[in-house]
Design a protein around this ligand. Structure first.
Ligand SMILES: [Zn+2]
Length: 405
């Protein structure tokens, strides 16, 4: 969690006043950041048939239109990834159907996959979830559209993030269980990933022809009352109120794309994310850092000039004190949640990628270094939010006189 001075006033206002903020928030250490593994071939665009395909991304680089076999293949890939690699995660499908302007009276199926990892001691309605979100459907037209940035790559980034942080999360939950800890607001933290369906319009973007999956999920959750508290004196009233922050990734994977800070009420979270990115760049742990910044020996914080073409940062508003008021929000899967009071962080570039909604938005046009770097940044952000320094052991300093720079 974030330190009290970074807690948004809206969150503070929702906390019972008698609850002490006991969270021992600790920024990730340099050694933790260095230990974030390389994604390697996790985002390979090649599906190999000769060996076990380990790419998280390649199986999603197909048309994934709701109601077609591609949708089912994408669903199977997402589901099988968790059951095979992360069996402790709880998986739920949230299903709905709708007609669309392109498909007449036929009911088109939409299925959101909800993947959750929560503390083993919590009961229904007791966990607050950092919630990471991307849509896995693709657009009906142009025919054969892949949507690599939109949003196959963001889905794969979230899969990899889950895999990396789960190791630490498991250790933390095990240790806390053994010590009888937990049961406090700040300790009952989990991670939730939403793979949403039906984001794209079938014909033209309108309130009813778009966001099929997210509208259904937000509505269903708003009507799903959690059981009444029995032992604890706090509880979240429904699954929407369990979302501590809704982080939506969209249109990521193009080289040079920049994501501004859109939301005044979550600018603090944007800054936390951008700070992780900046620290990783200073440690030369990101592949997209320019040669000029990687050769810098200065320990000064990176000065991010948003209009500087040589600035490799994904999140240029790090040093802004507020969100960019001039930038209008963008319609996306966060809207049905915002309308129900959920705090959101929208990670979508402005301007959109050059390949947006064209046949060129395919695997070949992705910048895989950018995809890998986004994955590293997300792991750092999630690790800090979930306070994974609690289970991090600093490696022994090698040799006498080793000091931090
Ligand atoms: Zn799109």
């Amino acid at each position: 969690m974030l330190p009290p001075n970074l807690l948004p006033t809206t969150l503070l206002a929702t906390l019972p006043f008698w609850l002490p903020l006991t969270t021992a928030y600790t920024p990730l250490s340099e050694s933790f950041l260095r230990a974030i593994p390389s994604p390697g071939d996790a985002f390979s665009i090649e599906t190999t048939t000769t060996t076990t395909n380990t790419s998280l991304l390649a199986p999603l680089l197909i048309p994934r239109v709701p109601g077609t076999p591609g949708q089912q293949a994408a669903q199977a890939h997402l589901f099988n990834f968790f059951t095979t690699n992360l069996p402790a995660w709880n998986l739920t499908w949230q299903n709905s159907t709708s007609t669309t302007p392109a498909t007449g009276s036929r009911q088109i199926p939409f299925a959101n996959l909800i993947a959750r990892r929560d503390p083993p001691w919590t009961k229904a309605g007791e966990t607050n979830f950092l919630t990471l979100v991307a849509h896995y459907d693709s657009k009906l037209t142009p025919e054969g559209f892949i949507g690599a940035t939109d949003s196959a790559a963001p889905c794969a980034i979230l899969m990899w993030t889950a895999q990396v942080v789960d190791k630490y999360l498991t250790q933390m939950y095990d240790e806390m269980s053994a010590l009888g800890e937990g049961g406090e607001l700040a300790m009952d933290m989990g991670l939730q990933i939403l793979f949403l369906d039906g984001e794209e319009a079938f014909v033209q973007w309108t309130d009813t022809d778009s966001l099929y999956g997210s509208r259904s999920l937000a509505n269903q959750w708003s009507l799903s009352a959690n059981p009444l508290p029995q032992q604890k004196f706090y509880k979240y009233r429904n699954p929407l109120s369990q979302i501590s922050l809704f982080v939506l990734l969209d249109l990521l994977g193009e080289k040079g794309s920049k994501v501004p800070s859109y939301m005044p009420t979550t600018h603090w979270a944007y800054v936390a994310l951008a700070t992780v990115e900046s620290r990783l760049r200073q440690l030369n742990l990101l592949e997209t850092s320019s040669s000029s910044s990687s050769s810098s020996s200065s320990s000064q914080p990176t000065k991010n000039a948003p209009e500087d073409e040589n600035d490799p940062s994904f999140l240029p508003d790090l040093n802004s004190t507020t969100a960019s008021a001039k930038r209008a929000g963008i319609s996306d899967d966060h809207l049905p949640f915002i309308h129900r009071g959920v705090e959101t962080l929208h990670l979508i570039p402005k301007p959109f990628p050059n390949v947006w909604h064209t046949m060129e938005d395919d695997g070949a046009h992705l910048d895989l270094a950018t995809v890998r770097d986004w994955a590293r940044v997300m792991v750092g952000f999630v690790g800090e939010w979930l306070d994974l320094m609690e289970v991090w052991t600093e490696p022994e300093a090698e040799g006498e006189g080793t000091t931090t720079a």
